[in-house]
Ligand binder design. Structure first.
Ligand code: RIB
Ligand code: CA
Length: 308
């Protein structure tokens, strides 16, 4: 029986592939979009585009146009001004739902027992839902978050973009008492799409595979421009979908994770307590440490090769 998932995202190249994956591997109840990789108007358009390319009827709901406290920040250096630069974007025929994201998410949690929230953008929408309905933390089966790192960051030396963009929201989610599963950069950088894998995806020939290959061509080149090294891109957001649909692919550790909200140089840093012994803080998250990269790639290939 496919797991019911609510996908909160900021499409975003890797977010779109997470949508394609969730559509195939789960019961995708709804999608909400948030300001992150690009402004909300673009993440809304990009979420609708993903559903149109995949032939998905899943409703798309508008969420927050800015973080809880701070001004909106974007990642055009990776995703382009539109948040989905690179592929040809089809003329949009789909429209977003008129039901706001937080309302729709709370209704879905009421209606679907065992619902997982997969959050792969800044956590503003999820934090607002938890603040509005404190019982949500216990009602959900879990919250699978793409965010944070215990090593180097990607937007600063210390912080990963999703947590950095809205650190207060990440703090709310980690302190809500929910079953949080965290895929940080240490994990997602184990699941990399290089030119060879992109060619394998393109050869599948389905609409979602062809669109994904175009996305990844742009994404890989942007990574090389921004970080140096070969043209290859880590598939961050699909890891958080797989953590729910295919948990056997991962190793993990229970850890306490705190979010730095006050630091000048460490804003958005996730401080993971990896100490041993009696002074270690009680865990508030399941931190994913390893992914079976080859097996995960086969799952992705099966999903992109299937037509909806
Ligand atoms: O740091 C990686 C995360 O930031 C991914 O979710 C990517 O889509 C961007 O939102
Ligand atoms: Ca994202």
């Amino acid at each position: 029986m496919p797991v019911p998932i609510w996908l909160d995202c900021d499409p975003g190249h890797d977010d779109v592939i997470a949508i394609f994956l969730a559509a195939q591997r789960s019961d995708l109840i709804g999608i909400s979009v948030v300001s992150g990789n690009a402004p909300l108007a673009f993440t809304e358009r990009n979420g609708l585009t993903a559903c149109q390319v995949a032939g998905l009827a899943t409703p798309v709901h508008r969420g927050a146009a800015k973080p809880l406290v701070r001004p909106a920040q974007h990642a055009e250096y990776i995703h382009g001004e539109s948040g989905l630069d690179g592929p040809a974007i089809p003329t949009l025929t789909r429209k977003a739902s008129e039901v706001p994201a937080v309302r729709a998410l709370l209704d879905a949690a009421e209606k679907h027992a065992g619902l997982w929230v997969v959050a792969v953008g800044p956590l503003t929408n999820v934090a607002l839902a938890l603040l509005l309905e404190p019982g949500l933390a216990q009602r959900l089966a879990g919250i699978s978050v793409m965010g944070g790192t215990w090593g180097p960051g990607n937007v600063t030396a210390a912080a990963e973009f999703n947590v950095w963009a809205d650190p207060e929201a990440a703090q709310v989610v980690l302190e809500a008492g929910a079953n949080v599963v965290l895929a940080g950069l240490d994990l997602t950088h184990q699941f990399v799409m290089d030119r060879g894998r992109i060619a394998q995806i393109r050869a599948l020939g389905t609409q979602t595979a062809l669109f994904s290959a175009d996305l990844l061509d742009y994404f890989a080149a942007a990574y090389a421009r921004s970080y140096g090294g070969p043209a290859q891109g880590p598939l961050h957001d699909p890891c958080s979908v797989l953590a729910v649909t295919d948990p056997h692919l991962f190793a993990s550790e229970p850890r306490h994770v705190a979010v730095e909200c006050a630091g000048e140089f460490t804003r958005g840093m996730t401080v993971v307590d990896r100490r041993t012994g009696p002074r270690v803080l009680p865990p508030n998250a399941t931190v994913l440490t390893n992914i079976d990269d080859e097996a995960a790639f086969q799952v992705l290939m099966d999903a992109l090769g299937a037509s909806l």
